[in-house]
Design a binder for this molecule. Structure first.
Ligand SMILES: [Mg+2]
Length: 440
């Protein structure tokens, strides 16, 4: 126990935010303040909104942050799928940080102890050009020490290949037009304009409803791309693939069959996670391991898919799944179903450390994503700097998340234009109220 802190009388007194940009996404950092000077760090999911957390402030003020489960069960009704869960999860992370600091133990210890001392990292890798270029980019990651790889492989690569895709005439032209305007900005799919009007409708058409199909020529192209890539990397290192594009299940099956020989770690989010039956059909049709999870909130969402037997791997994001403890529970449920857990992470080092504690304390964990290895200042957002050594992050022994402090100067430098002041008053949320009871 931290000598100057009395955990039993600890109370939450305030919650404030700093929104940074370019990490590479927008990250909303959270500070939870207490009556004893202790501050807990949390974070809303990448490219989300601080409002999801701010609206919960009045509901947690005056509570003892060490009662993590009690507070989580009160606020969990305000979480939704994907980014909409960001507020609930971000607060939950900050509660664990406070509880660990108050009692003087690392979060992994509060979760039941650890299975490992260092956490295997993988980084999603982008590349221009063909399969050999992607192979070279991945090979560079291997030279940096990474022991697990992920890349994109999907219809993005085919948009300029004549005869590779078919779709209701005009659909692909529209997509190309928005690619050149909205999606060519540094923010790409998280440019606010992508969430409005026709661009939203177009890019949020779910896989079964786009009418896009990959032709045999397109399949040949993607197969060759993967072959060229493997020719450079070799076959010993696992490679997962992501962003197939919004293609129907039947095309996922065709593509998966072409890719079986390349020894993939998993195929990620081939269709929306809500479509359990389609996952079952896919898994029954191919030997490529199938995974999903980064947009799923709570173990209730994971249960049907895990029990269906369709998944080989889940990849929850701690900031969407329900926070630290819920992600551990999801991992444990996956273990019972014979499914491996990786963790998705595209946020700041705060979220990364939250994931490190879950990864340490969950037996069937495989690899943790870090989306920011090409952002030179990302690791300096926290003190001490977050070190990735030879593709691993060491599990810290310090209390809470293991973060001594935030690099306030750097945060001030990287603030999002819409939120030019860090940690300003959130008093306007103190009185937010509704009758939250979910039954009568
Ligand atoms: Mg993904």
């Amino acid at each position: 126990m931290n000598g100057t802190i009395d955990p039993s009388t600890l109370r939450i007194t305030d919650m404030r935010f700093a929104d940074i940009d370019g990490a590479p996404k927008r990250c909303t950092l959270i500070k939870l303040y207490t009556n004893q000077g202790l501050v807990g760090y949390g974070e809303v999911r990448d490219a989300s909104s601080r409002t999801y957390a701010a609206m919960l402030k009045s509901r947690i003020l005056g509570e003892n942050p060490c009662n993590v489960e009690k507070i989580f069960r009160r606020i969990k009704q305000f979480g939704g799928d994907s980014r909409q869960a960001g507020g609930v999860c971000g607060i939950e992370v900050a509660l664990w940080d406070l509880a660990g600091k108050a009692w003087g133990v690392p979060v992994w210890q509060l979760l039941g102890g650890k299975f490992r001392d260092r956490i295997r990292i993988y980084c999603d890798t982008d590349s221009e050009g063909g399969g050999r270029d992607m192979g070279k980019a991945l090979k560079e990651r291997m030279a940096q020490g990474y022991t697990f790889l992920k890349m994109d492989l999907g219809i993005e690569l085919l948009t300029d290949v004549p005869g590779a895709l078919s779709a209701p005439l005009g659909f692909l032209e529209k997509m190309r037009e928005y690619k050149k305007t909205v999606f060519s900005t540094p923010h790409g799919s998280i440019d606010p304009r992508a969430m409005r009007g026709e661009a939203y409708d177009l890019f949020n058409t779910a896989h079964p409803f786009t009418g896009i199909h990959i032709t045999e020529k397109g399949l040949d192209y993607l197969e060759q791309y993967m072959a060229d890539c493997r020719a450079v990397t070799g076959y010993e290192i696992p490679i997962a693939i992501d962003h197939l594009g919004h293609i129907p299940l039947e095309d996922c099956i065709k593509l998966a069959k072409r890719l079986e020989k390349f020894n993939l770690a998993w195929m990620e989010d081939p269709v929306p996670w809500q479509m359990t039956n389609q996952y079952v059909r896919l898994a029954n049709a191919t030997t490529v391991p199938v995974g999903t999870g980064e947009d799923m909130y709570l173990k209730e969402s994971f249960r049907p898919l895990l029990e269906s037997g369709a998944l080989a791997v889940i990849h929850p994001d701690v900031l969407s799944a329900g926070g630290i403890l819920e992600t551990k529970k999801i991992g444990d449920m996956a273990e019972e179903c014979g499914v491996q857990m990786s963790i998705h992470m595209a946020e700041s080092p705060i979220a990364c450390m939250a994931a490190v504690h879950v990864a340490a304390a969950t037996r069937n964990f495989m690899a943790l994503e870090v989306h920011s290895v090409d952002v030179p200042w990302w690791a300096d957002l926290v003190v001490p700097r977050l070190e990735i050594r030879d593709g691993y992050i060491a599990v810290p022994d310090k209390p809470g998340l293991g973060i001594d402090g935030l690099n306030e100067e750097l945060i001030a430098e990287k603030l999002h234009g819409d939120f030019p002041v860090a940690w300003e008053s959130t008093e306007q949320w103190d009185k937010e109220w509704a009758n939250d009871r979910q039954w009568s």
